[in-house]
Design a protein around this ligand. Structure first.
Ligand SMILES: [Zn+2]
Length: 248
């Protein structure tokens, strides 16, 4: 992935502001993808673990290794702010370059071969009413082969327990799809685990950076008569210095 420039940041911010989270994750990914630009279908076909590893790599290259998180203690509702070190998280975009292998499950007379869900699958599942319907749809899309006692089995004939087993095995096969954080509350001592929302964290930072940039363009354009493109072409260091001079 390559770091987002000031211009990239504003472009993707404008594009993704009104999108749903799944589409937004892909827009962010496309913005930081190295040349040549990827086809939308190529991005949507990434497994969720591969997608999130790349989003975290993009975060690291654009904003540095410290990831600011806001959480709420589920026991006492105390808000919690913490800085995660992305380098210590063990998420590696290089490792993530290879797609995970399909998973094979043999349980009693059941045999299933399935691939981990992709962003396109999650997009489809997000339109379902309820978690149970979404998991059935994911099973229908991700199961490549299914047999019971040697007979072909339509994915719709899987029981809830079998779908649950499938979800757990797929999650284990694409570990970066679920980065679990161990959190503890300084106020009440409660300890819990939370899922890292890579796209949400990156979007939060892009949104803040874009709003900051627009304020800087506003002040510098008014102060010096420069055009937006001129201001965006400056390094952050130069923008800051000119802003200090205007203020001083
Ligand atoms: Zn607490």
């Amino acid at each position: 992935m390559r770091a987002l420039s000031a211009r990239d940041l504003l472009l993707v911010w404008e594009q993704a502001e009104r999108q749903r989270p799944q589409e937004r994750a892909l827009a962010l990914l496309a913005a930081g993808w190295p040349e040549p630009a990827p086809a939308a279908a190529e991005l949507a076909a990434l497994s969720v673990g591969r997608r999130d590893a790349r989003l975290l790599a993009l975060y690291r290259q654009t904003f540095g290794p410290a990831l600011d998180l806001v959480a709420e203690c589920p026991a006492c509702r105390e808000p919690l702010e913490l800085a995660l070190d992305l380098d210590a998280l063990g998420v590696d975009a290089e490792v993530a370059a290879a797609e995970p292998e399909p998973v094979e499950i043999r349980e009693g007379g059941l045999r299933l071969v399935a691939r981990p869900p992709t962003a396109a699958d999650l997009n489809a599942a997000a339109a379902c009413a309820g978690v149970a319907a979404a998991r059935r749809l994911l099973a229908a899309r991700c199961v490549l082969a299914a047999e019971r006692d040697g007979e072909p089995l339509p994915p719709g004939a899987l029981s809830d327990e079998e779908i649950d087993l499938l979800s757990r095995r797929l999650a284990a096969s694409d570990p970066q799809a679920e980065v679990l954080l161990d959190l503890s509350c300084p106020a009440c001592g409660h300890a819990w685990q939370a899922l890292l929302d890579a796209a949400g964290c990156l979007w939060h930072e892009v949104d803040a950076a874009a709003r900051r940039l627009l304020r800087e363009v506003h002040v510098l354009a008014r102060g010096y008569g420069w055009r937006e493109a001129d201001v965006l072409a400056l390094s952050a260091r130069r923008r800051r210095t000119y802003l200090e001079m205007l203020a001083g």
